[in-house]
Design a protein around this ligand. Structure first.
Ligand code: AMP
Ligand code: ZN
Length: 117
């Protein structure tokens, strides 16, 4: 999938709608349209990268930023205090990745089970 066909690139360009709750020069955070927990956010880098498999050494700072912002928005939504949250990166179709633009799911507001399904 290239950037022209990518849903998250369209959201980042403003040509597709999304509920944006945070943004900076490297990422945006949106509400997941099909939430799997009372709070379900997606931390999306502005740069198109299909998955974690495409990350190279030059992306290490960006990956760290995505995780730090995940913790920040989790805190701002009260998840850190209310039992915690899960930050998930699905990579590949067998792991449940459906949008081929790297993103971190931040889920919380309910008890989580382990192992995940
Ligand atoms: P994944 O399956 O890990 O690739 O995650 C993609 C996520 O994007 C899913 O949880 C979808 O519910 C979510 N999603 C799909 N379309 C939209 C949209 N237009 N706005 C917000 N979230 C979306
Ligand atoms: Zn994209």
């Amino acid at each position: 999938m290239n950037e022209t066909d990518c849903l998250f690139c369209k959201i980042l360009a403003g040509s597709a709608a999304a509920d944006v709750i945070y943004q900076d020069n490297r990422c945006v955070v949106i509400r997941d349209i099909n939430p799997q927990a009372p709070t379900h956010l997606l931390v999306v880098p502005r740069e198109h990268m299909e998955s974690l498999d495409d990350a190279s050494p030059k992306d290490e700072s960006l990956l760290g930023h995505l995780l730090r912002i995940s913790a920040r928005v989790a805190y701002e939504h009260g998840l850190s205090e209310s039992g915690g949250y899960r930050a998930v990166i699905n990579t590949g179709s067998g792991a449940g990745q459906s949008v081929l633009h790297l993103h971190v799911h931040v889920l919380g507001g309910r008890e989580m089970t382990w192992p995940p399904g």
